[in-house]
Design a protein around this ligand. Structure first.
Ligand code: FES
Length: 103
């Protein structure tokens, strides 16, 4: 089972286990505090953009909708949409933070 560590704007961290194939959105919903903002939850708004600091290889590749929106934002390869990203099976640690508006 993978673990996901969220690094928040204030520097605090929150870590949670994620089931194989689990979505980051579900993990965020289960968190005791808001860790990533969401709006559309369907790869349309970009509100949930995150930066993967570690463990990119533990996340499934982008689908076309996620990739299209990230291209609109001219996001670098380390950026993903939390509403789309799902974890691969395994015991990896994924470290991420919400993307800033200017990224
Ligand atoms: S919540 Fe809108 S793109 Fe993820």
């Amino acid at each position: 089972m993978a673990r996901v560590r969220f690094v928040l704007d204030d520097g605090s961290t929150f870590e949670a286990p994620c089931e194989d194939g689990g979505s980051l959105a579900d993990l965020c919903d289960a968190a005791p505090k808001a860790v990533v903002p969401f709006s559309c939850r369907s790869a349309n708004c970009g509100t949930c953009r995150i930066v993967i600091l570690e463990g990119q290889e533990a996340i499934h590749s982008h689908d076309d909708e996620e990739l299209d929106l990230l291209e609109i934002f001219r996001a670098p390869p380390t950026h993903r949409l939390a509403c789309c990203a799902k974890l691969k099976p395994g015991n990896a640690l994924v470290v991420l933070r919400p993307a800033r508006d200017d990224e």
